[in-house]
Write a protein that binds this ligand. Structure first.
Ligand code: XIL
Length: 354
C-alpha cells in the first residue's frame, strides 16, 4: 500500500506513539503522562472539516472506530477492503499522528460468512491469514493493536468462560494465543493489547469479569504469549459506584504480570444523568476524573483514547438513549467542537500536545 502523504512525519508519529506505549520503558516505570487520542470515522474526516481539525489539533493518536474490524475489512472470504482504513492511515500520516489498530478478533463485528467456520484447522488458517495480511500491511504505521477485543462474556459463568463466537467455538482459548502470536510475527515492534469493558464498578458481574480477564492474562503470560498491555475500554456509567479496591487490585495484578495499562475507549454514558447541560457535563467530567485517578494511582495509563472526540459522532445513543429525548453528551467536545469539562479532565492526565 503506497500512502500518499509524507510517510516520514507519520512514521515519527507512529514511533513516538509506540514509545509512549511503553515500548521503550520497562514495565513498572511510571509513565510520565498519557498520550491523548480518539476513535475516528473515515467518512467524517473527509467530509467534516471542523471535526478533522479538532482531531488533528488535539490528538496524538487515532484509531479507526470500525474500519479495521472484520465486518469492514472482509466482505467475503477471498476479499479485503482496506479503503477506509487506508484513508485513516493517510490522515494520521498527514498530521503526524500515531495510529492504533482495532481489532483483529472480536465477536461484535463478524461478517455472516464466518458463521460457517466450525473446523479447528479452518479457523486457525482464516484467523492467522487475516492477522498476517492486516498487520503486515500497516507494519511500522500502527504502533499498537487491540489484538483481541472483549473475550469475556458479559456475565461470565466461571473464570474459564469465553465469549462464544467463530474463533472461540472452534479453538477455545487457543484463538487468543494464536492471534497474539500471529500479530507479533507480522509486526514485532507493535504493542499488543487485550481490550475489555465493564471492569470498573462494584458488583458481582464486574468482579467476575475482572477475574475472568485475569485468568486469561495469566495463561497467556505463563505461556510466553507476546502481550504488552491491557486496554480498559472505560465506557463509564456515572450512576454506578466505582470499585476502588476491586479495580486497583486488578490493576496491580496486571502490572505484576509486566503489562502496561491503556484507557482505550473512554466516554461517559450520560443517559441517566440530569437533562441540564451544565449539570450533566459536570457529572460526566467528575465520573472520568474519579476513574482516571483510581487507575493512575496504580498504573498511569500510557494512552488515554476516547471513543470519538465530539458529541456530533458518538456510538452511545445506539444503546443508551435518554428518556427525555435529549442528545447524549458523552465526549470531550460538544457537537460544535467546543471543549467541555471532560476535555479539561483528560488534559490533566495526558501530555501536552507536541
Ligand atoms: C462500536 C462503534 O462505535 C459503532 O459505530 C459500531 O456500530 C459498533 O461498534 N466496544 C468496542 C468498539 O470495542 O469496537 C465498539 O465500537 C463500541 C464498544
Amino acid at each position: 500500500m503506497q500512502l500518499q502523504p509524507d510517510r516520514r512525519s507519520f512514521m515519527a508519529g507512529a514511533f513516538s506513539s509506540a514509545a509512549v506505549l511503553g515500548g521503550c520503558r520497562p514495565a513498572g516505570a511510571a509513565a510520565p503522562t498519557a498520550a491523548y487520542g480518539c476513535a475516528v470515522r473515515a467518512d467524517m474526516l473527509d467530509r467534516d472539516r471542523a471535526y478533522a481539525a479538532a482531531v488533528a489539533s488535539r490528538c496524538r493518536t487515532v484509531v479507526p472506530e470500525s474500519a479495521l474490524k472484520w465486518l469492514d475489512l472482509r466482505p467475503s472470504p477471498d476479499r479485503f477492503d482496506f479503503a477506509n482504513a487506508d484513508r485513516i492511515a493517510a490522515f494520521a500520516a498527514r498530521h503526524g499522528l500515531g495510529l492504533r489498530g482495532h481489532t483483529l478478533a472480536w465477536y461484535g463485528a463478524m461478517p455472516a460468512w464466518t458463521e460457517a467456520v466450525t473446523a479447528r484447522a479452518e479457523a486457525q488458517r482464516l484467523l492467522t491469514d487475516h492477522i498476517e495480511t492486516v498487520v503486515s500491511r500497516y507494519r511500522g504505521l500502527i504502533g499498537s493493536w487491540d489484538v483481541v477485543n472483549e473475550p469475556i462474556p458479559d456475565q461470565p459463568a466461571s473464570r474459564d468462560d469465553l465469549r462464544p463466537f467463530a474463533w472461540s467455538r472452534a479453538l477455545g482459548l487457543d484463538y487468543i494465543s494464536l492471534a497474539f502470536r500471529a500479530a507479533a510475527a507480522a509486526d514485532p515492534a507493535a504493542r499488543l493489547v487485550l481490550n475489555e469493558y465493564d471492569l470498573e464498578y462494584l458488583g458481582e458481574r464486574y468482579a467476575a469479569r475482572r477475574a475472568g480477564l485475569l485468568h486469561v492474562l495469566r495463561r497467556l503470560v505463563d505461556g510466553g504469549v507476546p502481550i504488552h498491555a491491557v486496554g480498559l475500554q472505560a465506557h463509564l456509567m456515572p450512576d454506578r459506584p466505582l470499585d476502588r479496591d476491586g479495580l486497583q487490585t486488578f490493576l496491580r495484578e496486571v502490572r505484576a504480570m509486566g503489562l502496561n495499562v491503556m484507557v482505550t475507549e473512554l466516554d461517559v454514558v450520560d443517559a441517566t444523568l440530569p437533562g441540564d447541560v451544565a449539570q450533566r457535563d459536570a457529572r460526566v467530567a467528575a465520573s472520568a476524573q474519579a476513574f482516571l485517578t483510581l487507575v493512575a494511582e496504580v498504573s498511569p495509563p500510557t494512552d488515554i483514547l476516547t471513543w470519538g472526540i465530539s458529541d456530533r459522532y458518538t456510538w452511545v445513543p445506539m444503546y443508551f438513549t435518554r428518556s427525555d429525548g435529549l442528545p447524549n453528551r458523552p465526549l470531550p467536545l460538544d457537537a460544535d467542537m467546543n471543549p467541555k469539562p471532560l476535555m479539561a479532565v483528560i488534559e490533566r492526565f495526558t501530555r501536552a500536545s507536541p
